[in-house]
Design a protein around this ligand. Sequence first.
Ligand code: SF4
Length: 522
Amino acid sequence: MTRSSAADLDPDDLGFEHVPETDQSFENALAKARDGTRLTVDDAVELLTTGSDAPGIDRRRKEAVLEAADRRRAEVVGDEVTFVANLNNNVTTACNTGCLFCNFKDTAHQFETDHGGGHAGFTKTPAESREAVAGAVERGVYEVTSVSGLHPAFALNDEHHEILRGYDDAASAVNYKPPERYVTDPGTYVDQLDAMSVDGVHLHSMTPEEAYHARRGTDWNYEEVYSELADAGLDSAPGTAAEILVDEVRDVICPGKIDSQGWIDAMEGAMAAGLDTTATIMYGHVDNEMHRAIHLQRVRDLQDRTGGITEFVPLSFVHERTPLYEHGVVSGGASDAEDELLIAVSRLFLDNVENIQTSWVKYGDEKALKTLSCGANDFMGTILSEEITKRAGARTASSEASTTTWTSSPRSVGSRSNARRTTAIAGESTRTRGRRSGRRSVRRPTGRRCCPSASAPDARGRTRPPTTEPAHWPTACPRSHADQPAHAAGPAGARAERSRSSRPSLSRVRSDRTQRRDANRG
Ligand code: SF4
């Protein structure tokens, strides 16, 4: 299926094969969730729908699912809420991929030197990225998340430029135009990562989609590409661009992206290169609960094979300024109940992923704080600057709070204590270990109010989030590639044992090309 416009879609007939119907009962699924039995896709559908035979969400059943997830969270990770002091440094908004849920991109031809009109986008040079990171590091940031549009002039490195320039009609064959065609040269991916490597800051970047862009037109595999990026300073890779890992949904919302198997292949390549990863789900658009459940199973299967996913990050679709909404394909995003259930079922289903993140950028502060009682344990990060969700129309905020504010105020994470983390939180990656100072934690103020605006514990001993917005967060923001991670040691120990010297790299694997590349550099 090839669709390029939301206007082509009939919202009443998307033709999905997968529908949220099962032979399981809600009661059986809930019993399995409570006793820790590994859940099936049908179980997950029952929990997400609170019983597919009932219209809408059953509030009593929903509360039962949330309570089971909250208990599981306490058993798995305890009461600490983690977060990261990070900067989002998006390098460019130039992108021709045309995802229908995205308002971050600006079509790339607007960035060309011979384009007459203006545009609202941006491209940062490596020097500008370095300046942004250096400023954030001075303020106490210790992690940089960088996700960008797929700029046609982006290449992995000089050798990649050389290969792409060799194509006839490279623009249509491999989505490439040389940097000299553009007002601003973004440099190579290697240049950008090298520039952002300031004072040992943890670099969390290069989604599977970006990794595909960094190997387009070549026969390089993902492990080689990620190894090259790791050598340039990359510490971990965000598993964004996952959207929904069911191709009938991807064919509708992002037909220009790699398919589900491509995303999985890239993730496996990143982990084979010794990098920790996260995994995401972007839900609440045209997808249904069966799609969400299948997605969870694919992530769990991947984690069974690799052990390298440190955190799962649910991202609720922010619709206001997206083509899907503007063309009437969707009328909104997920409901509050759907958001809470997605967090909860992620916690219950992903029995091999330690950390579940809640995104204050997507949910807003109040709902994000509430989801800390629905199975989530990680409160994302300081972000400082977030463009992706903001440009999709959300009113949640970029935080300009200092990291001191986050670390010193229990109010910032509601009822539980907060703890600094890096993207690799428990069993740190080979690259991260030794570069991190120790994590700091604040003990949970059990059984008492954490701040004047937080409520006292309820009948189950749970405290509720503050009823007012935390004063230090402005209120506004929309779609995000922005996620952060944490880590599960487990099978990742095997990866952590893998030394950098044992990883394949483009320079070693492709000795034929090495000579040409070195000659170019020389
Ligand atoms: S989601 Fe990413 S790849 Fe898709 S159009 Fe937006 S910037 Fe481009």
